[in-house]
Design a protein around this ligand. Sequence first.
Ligand SMILES: NC(=O)c1ccc[n+]([C@@H]2O[C@H](COP(=O)([O-])OP(=O)(O)OC[C@H]3O[C@@H](n4cnc5c(N)ncnc54)[C@H](O)[C@@H]3O)[C@@H](O)[C@H]2O)c1
Length: 416
Amino acid sequence: MAKDNNVDPSAKAARVAPSSSPLQRKAALEGNYPPVPEVCVVTGGTGFVGNRLVEMLVERGAKRVISFDVVPPPEDAWKHPNIEWRTGDITDRKAVDDLLSMPGIGCVWHNAAAVGPFHPKPLYFKVNYEGTLNIIESAKEHGIKKIVFSSSPSTRFTGEDVDGLTEEEMPKLPLGKYMQTYAETKAMGEMALSNACTNEFLTIAVAPHQVYGPRDNLFLPNLLEAAMHGKLRVFGEGYNRICFTHVDNYCHGLIISEKALYPNSPALGKFYIVTDGKTHPKGEQYLIFWKILDEAIVAMGFSSLWKKLHLSKGLLMFIAGICEFIGGILGITMKLNKFNVTVLTMHRWFDISAAEKDLGFQPIVGFREGWDETKTWFKENWLPMQTKSNNLFGIAQSTQDKINIQDKSSKTNAKK
Ligand SMILES: NC(=O)c1ccc[n+]([C@@H]2O[C@H](COP(=O)([O-])OP(=O)(O)OC[C@H]3O[C@@H](n4cnc5c(N)ncnc54)[C@H](O)[C@@H]3O)[C@@H](O)[C@H]2O)c1
């Protein structure tokens, strides 16, 4: 185990990722975190969460972290001697075997996935389910003992409000019907992993909700882009309660979950949700989604959504039905679809006491500071990159570019 405690403060400072925001830096330097395995594998390591996870494992003392992602590392990826940025596809069993045959791997954080509602349907099954089977089978064959899986609360969504439920109070997998293919295939991956869990092969699934933070490439850019073009309105009354997870809080939850993996641990094979917890406004575990989103919109210099007409859920569902029909003909998923209308109008927040008790989880970045810094980051880094091209029916270009690479690689592997 790579030890983090009792490290000389100047050595620790030199170990912080250069692209860290001030809050990320503070959390890295001031926290007293348990040791991490010397050799770590992160699938999906160039994604929003995965990239930060790779960085935080190094910050916490890992000697070698191998990122494995179908999308190559960005130019500004941390060029640290302890990080290997390997480009590869989890649907390619041989590439997975090459990866996991490396000696000494202490834990695999399986994070790679086709994420969000915009991918071609077959890709979800290929990556989120079959890719996960490849990781499980190869890890077992190569004697790897621990896997931490990034799951999603949407695996348990039925369209009903989730108003402060614990994991135990949510519907059990498998659901009779899933709200989207992403959720269905993440659930299939999670169940496969949980079924494979034994006292020798230790697994756990950890999910965030609505991850935000610097370098987010899906959630905030897509909503801000719609607001920039004046196309976004408050959906419904606008008072639905939602919880958020700062990217560092999620990565912290993923990292400490490895510590809960030991024979007979109460966490084995289980599903946990981690969020910003009681650092949400007023010490509750939720925020008012459209109020908080509006803060970011106004911070970019766009007009407040609350000054515009709200759109009723019934009307939105009707328009979403038309968009889905047109999208079906054009073969694309539009931003306005029934799933998005449902999730943007329902309550979606959780009581995270199980993660606090079983994993010892507490957020390391508070919601207010984290959200304020995220707004600043988007103003300084996202806003200047925007062109006024009208992209109402599509999705953010950065999101689309990544999807294209993932889809192309999966098709190439299918032909092999
Ligand atoms: N962002 C959220 O709000 C959120 C919420 C719930 C769950 N999650 C889970 O967290 C994890 C990370 O999500 P994220 O937000 O960082 O998304 P992301 O899209 O930024 O990251 C996923 C990464 O997986 C990679 N990937 C996709 N297909 C691959 C393949 N075949 N082989 C190798 N790599 C592949 C992608 O290139 C991408 O870099 C995912 O497992 C996701 O299901 C995220």
